[in-house]
Design a protein around this ligand. Structure first.
Ligand code: NAD
Ligand code: WQD
Length: 366
């Protein structure tokens, strides 16, 4: 039985592909649009390999409103969108901010207008913990609750903050307009999901993160050190006010993060909450040294590192307070950091070329 039809933008990317898998496993029908800027269509086969169902894939840029219109016309049963498609490199966003505003902000504008024309009323948006900026500037805001005042500190974060605001204004207006017309309006809903640091891969070893360029996140870089593509990890600063001097983040297993999307979507469609933000994190902070230790344990040997200066824009602590998602969505992260590291290592060892190679034989033969 199909419980609903969902459009997933950016659905061949890292978080989008795992969410598409979780949606299929929860009996949603899934249509993916992506322009393959940072992903490979091979992931569609891997999703089918794992769950026996295939999402429909349509190559489409989210700034192409005509094509989005055609997708909604082809699939009139779609009532919800999960919107991942975006550019996400913090450093790059400082170099080419207009491109970030074009894809992230204008792309979302195009999507919302097309959704409006086709009466698609629910949206789940990929926001980021980066919208909080440095929460240590306030007293008692670590772990960070959703009530923490927002204050992004880079252009990428500004686009996420801007899109949160645009979606909020739009959904509130749609509800008010429908009410004025005597039509209820509860069908207009938005989830603003603020992710902390996604980590890990599928336990099968056939799905994982496969960035097309040079990675900049800690775990993909550690994975490159482990396979010898990089000599050592550069630790960005050990003079922070933490137990070992390195910065603290909240690493959440990608399967828990993906499941957060299905529960948020199901909640929007059943409870009609209007616009609501939820943190998706574990509530547990880990330092860079904790991560080197955990991933070294998964690999079975100590990985080399060198402490260098702080990275510009980094903050001491981004740890989630995830109690709102737990209370309102019944969601909590269940998998451990050790599982995330073991799963990432299985994916890295089994797929040295990422999705540019066939799935590992032992899985295909199972
Ligand atoms: P990703 O790059 O793997 O996925 C993004 C996908 O969007 C890619 O498949 C890319 O090809 C696609 N895309 C980019 N521009 C597009 C366009 N104009 N039209 C259509 N498709 C386009 O990144 P991810 O890590 O899976 O991130 C997904 C979302 O989550 C993004 O919005 C990102 O900002 C957000 N997010 C990511 C993290 C993280 O650490 N990975 C943390 C918080 C929030
Ligand atoms: C984690 C920790 C680094 C690399 C970024 C975005 C955020 C979100 C997730 C999208 C930090 C340290 C890293 C290295 C290191 N993305 N580090 N050496 O910076 O927490 O968050 O990705 O929304 O918006 O800002 O993630 O993985 O880059 O870094 O010491 O080579 O590892 O300083 O403390 P970050 P990260």
């Amino acid at each position: 039985m199909v419980v609903g039809s969902v459009l997933v933008t950016g659905g061949t990317g890292y978080i989008g592909s795992f969410t598409a898998l979780a949606l299929l496993e929860a009996d949603y029908k899934v249509v993916i649009v992506d322009n393959l800027y940072n992903s490979s269509p091979e992931v569609i086969n891997r999703i089918e390999l794992i769950c026996g169902k295939k999402p429909e894939y349509i190559q489409c840029d989210v700034t192409d409103e005509k094509k989005l219109d055609a997708v909604f016309e082809k699939h009139p049963n779609i009532d919800s969108v999960i919107h991942f498609a975006a550019l996400k490199a913090v450093g790059e966003s400082g170099e080419i901010p207009l491109e970030y505003y074009r894809v992230n902000v204008y792309g979302t504008l195009c999507l919302l207008r097309s959704m409006q024309r086709h009466h698609v009323t629910n949206i789940v948006f990929s926001s980021s913990a980066t919208v909080y900026g440095d929460a240590t500037r306030f007293e008692n805001m670590i772990p960070i609750p959703e009530e923490c005042p927002l204050g992004p500190t880079n252009p990428y974060g500004n686009t996420k903050f801007g899109v949160e605001t645009m979606i909020t204004d739009h959904i509130n207006a749609e509800r008010a307009n429908a009410k004025k017309a005597g039509k209820g309006g509860e069908e207009y809903n938005a989830a603003l999901l603020r992710y902390f640091n996604p980590a890990g891969s599928h336990p099968s070893g056939v799905m994982g993160e496969d960035p097309q360029g040079v990675p900049y996140n800690l775990l993909p870089l550690l994975a490159q050190v482990a396979v010898g593509k990089r000599e050592k990890l550069l630790v960005f600063g050990d003079d922070y006010n933490s137990k070992d001097g390195t910065a603290i983040r909240d690493y959440i297993h990608i399967l828990d993060l993906a499941r957060g999307h299905t529960v948020a979507l199901t909640h929007l469609r059943a409870a009609h909450p209007g616009v609501r933000a939820w943190n998706l994190g574990t509530g547990k902070g880990s330092t860079v040294h904790d991560m080197i230790g955990a991933f070294s344990a998964a690999v079975g040997r100590q990985l080399p590192y060198e402490v260098v200066g702080r990275r510009a824009g980094d903050v001491l602590d981004l740890t989630a307070n995830p109690t709102r998602a737990n209370r309102e969505l019944g969601w909590r992260a269940e998998r451990t950091l050790e599982e995330a590291c073991a799963d990432l290592w299985r994916w890295t060892e089994g797929n040295p070329q990422g999705y540019r190679q066939e799935a590992p034989r032992e899985f295909v033969e199972k």
